[in-house]
Design a protein around this ligand. Structure first.
Ligand SMILES: Nc1ncnc2c1ncn2[C@@H]1O[C@H](COP(=O)(O)OP(=O)(O)OP(=O)(O)O)[C@@H](O)[C@H]1O
Ligand SMILES: [Mg+2]
Length: 268
């Protein structure tokens, strides 16, 4: 059974300027251990898709139609299940790690709280021990010291590692990552992507990745869906889509990708 299954999902946004069909009838599945990427230009509906699946759009802003199931639970037709799924079965890794944490609480306090929500009955001491282990898993040095720090004392890359650790703490079956590296320095982006791949290998989680970067999509995905104006204009195995783009729009995205030529002799 797919961890995420989406059929004919549509999202209408009620804006001051009228109704915008931001997502217009998309269908896809993600199995355990798979990475599926939605790629597309700004405004194509990628984030709206993710936010709709997590039911993070207010009802007076968004009307969702179609079908979507996370771990077999309906999340499109009703809000009934998403509360229990969020922070346990499904975890969100945000675009901007700087604003995702509470600035006035220590990393340790926020991690311990998240851990105790998904592991009821766990003592504070055991939750702290678990937090230390999780920070080690995401390759943060001196985890005991980091737990006492406040968000502003960590770099963007370290904060994103903390948020990934929090996603891990819940034992998520589905991780949704909306542009997880776009707010970070290029020098730390590769490290975060590596970490996501490593985590997926060890936990077998399904990953829904959103990016506008074809290089990232190529590195990470089993399948990609190219999104334009709320629809998937092309879908398939990442190498097939990149190697033989059927759609003009995909070719435009490809053109934005720096081509990797043969090694050149560097004169010394
Ligand atoms: N809160 C909102 N109110 C009104 N319109 C919105 C809102 N959020 C998104 N939209 C509109 O919905 C459409 C899809 O936006 P969305 O944020 O999903 O795109 P995206 O693919 O994530 O873009 P980006 O790459 O810039 O993050 C756009 O036309 C956008 O203007
Ligand atoms: Mg977006």
């Amino acid at each position: 059974m797919s961890v995420l299954s989406v059929r004919d999902l549509a999202v209408d946004l009620m804006t001051g300027a009228g109704v915008i069909r931001a997502v217009d009838g998309i269908s896809f599945d993600i199995d355990a251990g798979e990475t599926v990427t939605i790629i597309g230009e700004s405004g194509s509906g990628k984030s709206t898709t993710a936010m709709a699946l997590l039911r993070l759009l207010p009802d007076d802003l968004a009307v969702i139609t179609g079908h979507a199931e996370i771990a077999g639970r309906d999340v499109a037709g009703t809000r009934k299940h998403i509360g229990a799924l969020r922070g346990r079965t499904v975890a969100l890794i945000p675009q901007d790690p700087m604003t995702a944490l509470n600035p006035i609480a220590t990393i340790g306090r926020q991690m311990v709280e998240a851990i105790r929500i998904s592991n009821r009955g766990l003592s504070r001491t055991d939750a702290t021990r678990k937090a230390v282990g999780l920070l080690r898993d995401v390759h943060i040095k001196e985890p005991e010291r980091r737990l006492k720090a406040y968000p502003h004392q960590l770099s963007g890359g370290q904060l994103q590692r903390v948020l990934i650790a929090m996603a891990l703490s819940t034992g998520a079956e589905l991780i949704v990552a909306d542009e997880p590296t776009s707010a970070l320095d290029v020098t730390v982006q590769a490290g975060i992507l590596d970490l996501l791949l490593e985590i997926q290998e060890t936990t077998g989680a399904a990953l829904l990745l959103i990016t506008h970067d074809l290089g990232v999509a190529r590195l990470m995905s089993d399948r990609i869906h190219v999104m334009k104006a709320g629809q998937f204009v092309e879908s398939g195995d990442v190498e097939d889509v990149i190697g033989n783009p059927a759609h003009e729009y995909t070719r435009t995205l490809l053109d934005a990708l720096p081509s990797v030529g043969p090694w050149e002799e560097v004169p010394v």
